[in-house]
Ligand binder design. Sequence first.
Ligand SMILES: O=P(O)(O)O[C@@H]1[C@@H](OP(=O)(O)O)[C@H](OP(=O)(O)O)[C@H](O)[C@H](OP(=O)(O)O)[C@H]1OP(=O)(O)O
Ligand SMILES: Nc1ncnc2c1ncn2[C@@H]1O[C@H](COP(=O)(O)OP(=O)(O)O)[C@@H](O)[C@H]1O
Ligand SMILES: [Mg+2]
Ligand SMILES: [Mg+2]
Length: 350
Amino acid sequence: MRLKGEIHNPCCDEEEEKVAEENGRELNSIVGVGISPPAKLVVGYALTSKKKKSFLQPKLLGLARNMGIFFIAIDLNRALSDQGPFDVVLHKLAGKEWSEIIEDYRQKHPEVTVLDPPNAVQHLHNRQSMLQGVADLNLSDCHGKVGVPKQLIVTKDPLSIPNEVDKAGLKLPLVAKPLLVDGSAKSHELFLAYDQCSLSELEPPLVLQEFVNHGGVLFKVYIVGEAIKVVRRFSLPNISKRELEKLAGVFRFPRVSCAAASADDADLDPSIAELPERPLLENLARQLRQRLGLRLFNVDMIREHGTKDVFYVIDINYFPGYGKMPDYEHIFTDFLLSLVQSKHKKRPAT
Ligand SMILES: O=P(O)(O)O[C@@H]1[C@@H](OP(=O)(O)O)[C@H](OP(=O)(O)O)[C@H](O)[C@H](OP(=O)(O)O)[C@H]1OP(=O)(O)O
Ligand SMILES: Nc1ncnc2c1ncn2[C@@H]1O[C@H](COP(=O)(O)OP(=O)(O)O)[C@@H](O)[C@H]1O
Ligand SMILES: [Mg+2]
Ligand SMILES: [Mg+2]
């Protein structure tokens, strides 16, 4: 925690100016009435403009300010070590150059909580390494099973895909996903493949994943440190055997489970809509947090149609769209405060 007056506050765009204005209003009002400055938490952020807009909403900034938490934009044109000082750094920017900057900063400033370490984030930029952790989890309790759909990685020669799929024993239909996830629209361009021959039309590098019928509903499990929030989203409908026999080809499908596809208020079959049990989610989140070394992520989970508790994780996203998570402003401010508290607890008594 720091005292006031230590903050450097560079403004780069409209969003940042708004944030700085919110912060400044608080600083001036305290100085003006001569109250001694309270301890405060300074959070530096390096986010895309889309993310700044969706995450730094007035309801978060206002609540945070009342709790002594101030968000300060990191100036990408200046050395990171010359800025701040920060208690926490939040970041989600693409590119190797940024990863190196933030890793270097993390090593030189162990007193700052960097959310999250770039090498751990990197793990989620590849759809193969992303799900490796899940396959190795130990979730053998009575609240359900969590696995990963059977999948195959293809890095070259599209003409060999039909044969490779055959050898691996993958069952059709398949979902084809770009192997690398870099935040681009292209990395979210997904295809459904209904027959083996057409698979050679796809462009590697890819993950080919068995399509799991799940009743058209997906569970988005948001994790913020130890907090978990789960929402329902619409997803792809079941594909019947009959339909599969009739169809051939590969078809691109749109972003079916985006925020606009919320299914929380829909009138759904309870056996499809019922959320995964809380102990299962807690166990999953705890183990993933440890294994991935991340505190800010979400997990896309589906329930195998016709079962009560057989789940598959199909996607994990770093620093997802928390702005759409119900109650995110409280969850996030509590989380930021808990970081400082745990830091204080760890400090040896003098
Ligand atoms: O754009 P939003 O707010 O829907 O958030 C996206 C996430 O949506 P979700 O919160 O899961 O509904 C989205 O999740 P999905 O991959 O769509 O499941 C990604 O996390 C996306 O980041 P990136 O493009 O992979 O870097 C996220 O995009 P960024 O906001 O990080 O650019
Ligand atoms: N193995 C699968 N079985 C059934 N549906 C799937 C599968 N994988 C993906 N989907 C559907 O495709 C959507 C996008 O896939 P996802 O892996 O989450 O990619 P993205 O990173 O672009 O969100 C999911 O929300 C879900 O509707
Ligand atoms: Mg997804
Ligand atoms: Mg994703």
